[in-house]
Design a protein around this ligand. Structure first.
Ligand SMILES: [Zn+2]
Length: 400
């Protein structure tokens, strides 16, 4: 049993800050939050740790990652031949995510068996890392987005074949279902009938679904078919967002990666072809969509969460603090942006009574940073300690 006292606690609900607050934890649970003297009286045997100059927040949630993604990786061929090598990369990405305070990841399209392997590794205590929720392999149409082999996918056409693969993915260990429904073109890659088959089958079996929807038509179909989380979704205009809000659908926009892809792709493409130029144009258009739609949709009550989606080998793959900062740049307060990376992710995952808040009875997933993120969002990067289910898994003695 332990009491951790800091300068403040950011609860994660978008508004509450407890100045000079303390958190009491026992085993994997938060057992008390509030004033230190009160907690000391309540738990007289607890060990007290003082974190002067620090802030305690809930562990962060990254809702959009591909920790086994091989896009543009020079070592792709070796990894495809030897899954053990791939697993080492996955392990590194888990540790990297944990090191920046991420205690929950949702993998939205991963190589076969990654989720089961990570789950098994945690259960058998071979490895430690963030909680990992997996969509297993994503579903794309024949020749659709991801079909070139760099993103783990299953190419499948037709409502019944899609229903089969929803069932197979669940059998293989999926917690969620992911559909890829657009790439650079202007139409939805699946028909509405196919998409409705996916949501119907998944929901019928008690699973939620996410959809990569990056153009107007696929966004419209995603809303109509009732996908639980719309990924990217820069075309969520006022009318579609209103429908989505009414249906309780959430949005994981992944803005930071798109803004960076524009710069990155232009830098690494020496002699751009017509296709490359079309691609740049598409990325610019996506960013314009975020600029137009993000703040209005948030203000109108859309449930929005942070996801990173970085898949370029030269970049850190889970820069969640950068996505949070981007949300601030797009008009949210620091506390609102932090809520998008804590409580909102938990809500989408259906885990809002377990993670995402510093609250009595919740899982003790904690991030302790040096400084005050209420005033300076950059201090979220000054990670001092990370607790996952009550266990301190990251400890930067210097406090950075
Ligand atoms: Zn993605």
């Amino acid at each position: 049993m332990k009491i951790i006292k800091a300068d403040r606690i950011i609860v994660g609900d978008g508004k509450t800050v407890i100045e000079n607050g303390s958190v009491a934890i026992d085993a994997d649970r938060i057992i008390g939050v509030g004033e230190i003297e009160k907690l000391k009286k309540q738990f007289p045997n607890a060990y007290v740790e003082m974190k002067d100059g620090c802030t305690i927040l809930p562990g962060l949630i990254d809702m959009h990652v591909h920790i086994s993604g091989l896009y543009r990786r020079p070592e792709k061929a070796e990894m495809q031949e030897n899954p053990a090598f791939l697993m080492l990369m996955v392990y590194k990405h888990l540790q990297d995510a944990l090191s920046v305070g991420i205690t929950t990841l949702r993998g939205v399209g991963e190589a076969k068996g990654i989720g089961a392997a990570i789950r098994g590794g945690y259960q058998k205590k071979y490895i430690k890392g963030p909680r990992y929720i997996t969509c297993e392999r994503s579903l794309t149409r024949t020749g659709g987005h991801g079909s070139t082999g760099e993103v783990a996918k299953i190419e499948v056409d037709g409502p019944w074949a899609l229903r089969h693969w929803v069932r197979q993915n669940i059998k293989d260990g999926a917690d969620w279902i992911k559909v890829m429904d657009s790439h650079r073109g202007s139409c939805s890659e699946f028909t509405l009938e196919e998409l409705c088959a996916v949501t119907d089958e998944a929901h019928r079996l008690g699973y939620k679904c996410a959809i990569h929807a990056g153009n107007e038509q696929s966004t419209e179909f995603a809303v109509k078919a009732g996908f639980d989380s719309i990924e990217h979704g820069s075309a969520l205009n006022e009318e579609l967002a209103a429908m989505a809000i009414e249906k309780g659908l959430a949005w994981v926009p992944t803005i930071f990666v798109y803004e960076n892809s524009v710069t990155y792709m232009r830098q690494v493409t020496k002699n751009p072809t017509k296709t490359d130029l079309k691609s740049f144009e598409f990325l610019d258009h996506t960013v314009e969509g975020y600029e137009k739609n993000f703040l209005r949709n948030y203000k109108n009550g859309m449930l929005i969460a942070t996801g990173t989606d970085i898949c370029f080998p030269e970049m850190f793959i889970t820069p969640l603090q950068d996505e949070i900062k981007t949300f601030v740049r797009y008009g949210l307060t620091n506390l609102q942006a932090i809520q998008c990376a804590t409580e909102n992710g938990a809500k989408i995952l259906g885990m809002a009574d377990e993670i995402g808040l510093i609250k009595d009875g919740y899982c003790a997933d904690l991030l302790i940073v040096k400084g005050n993120p209420v005033e300076n969002i950059d201090s979220l990067k000054a990670v001092k300690e990370v607790y996952r289910a009550g266990e301190r898994m990251v400890c930067n003695a210097c406090g950075i």
